[in-house]
Design a protein around this ligand. Structure first.
Ligand code: DX5
Ligand code: ZN
Length: 235
């Protein structure tokens, strides 16, 4: 499913919500994917962890393929794995719309991004909390998405790291100045308590795991996240 166009210009436009399936019930994934299908979510965020780049192991391409078969939302696949080139074709074949690799895991990032695009996917780069946003300077034009990690990757349910806000301000101004269409995603510790601040800093795509799945009504939480800022944006 490659249906969602990237925003031409996200100023004065709403933002995207990508619930992270990592926080779902793995004994009943179908039920949680159906919940997301019936919600206002724009993407399904899929966290792939290899136990090397990050301590945890999550799931691989075969499970992602099965998720894709059940999902009506495009898949935003976040690869937390070393040497991701080895598996990019597998995740493209599994149905990823966006494939995001980590800046810290790529020796030849430009080549990796070209590989992702050559397979018909949008190419994203994630940066860890310790990684300076300035390091993306020379690659900005090649990115469909930047994922700013607001926790150390590897686990859901962690606390949002606040210097992320400055990184978002920096990156959103670069994207605006260069008139790019790059999506600016934030991943980790995002919820109703901080989403407005994050959007004000220039993000236009929110990943939320625990905030959605641990809430009383996940679909309502997704709607609330989606609705933040609309009153001012469309006033
Ligand atoms: C963390 C993952 C996140 C995680 C977010 O390594 O990349 O996508 O699922 O979970 P919350 O929203 O619970 O921080
Ligand atoms: Zn993620």
């Amino acid at each position: 499913m490659r249906s969602l166009p990237l925003r031409q210009n996200f100023k004065n436009m709403s933002h995207y919500i990508a619930p992270s399936i990592l926080a779902a019930d793995f004994t009943n994934l179908e039920q949680d994917i159906k919940m997301i299908n019936g919600s206002e979510a724009d993407y399904l965020h899929v966290d792939v962890m290899d136990g090397v780049f990050v301590p945890a192991i999550s799931f691989g391409q075969n499970i992602v393929k099965q998720m894709h078969a059940k999902s009506s939302k495009p898949l935003d696949v976040h690869l937390m794995i070393v040497d991701p080139d080895r598996y990019i074709k597998d995740f493209a074949d599994a149905g990823a719309e966006i494939i995001t690799v980590h800046y810290e895991a790529c020796n030849h990032l430009h080549r990796t991004l070209q590989l992702i695009k050559s397979l018909g996917c949008k190419a994203g780069v994630a940066i860890n909390p310790h990684t300076a946003p300035e390091l993306l300077e020379c690659i900005l034009e090649d990115l469909d998405l930047i994922c700013v990690m607001s926790v150390n990757p590897g686990f859901g349910g962690q606390k949002f790291i606040y210097n992320t806000i400055q990184k978002l301000q920096y990156l959103s101004s670069k994207i605006r100045d260069r008139n790019l269409k790059t999506l600016l995603e934030v991943d980790g510790g995002v919820g109703l308590q901080n989403a407005e601040k994050i959007l004000q800093a220039g993000a236009n795509m929110l990943v939320a795991g625990s905030a959605v799945f641990k809430s009383e009504s996940p679909q309502d939480t997704i709607s609330q996240l989606k609705g933040i800022g609309n009153h001012t944006l469309h006033a």
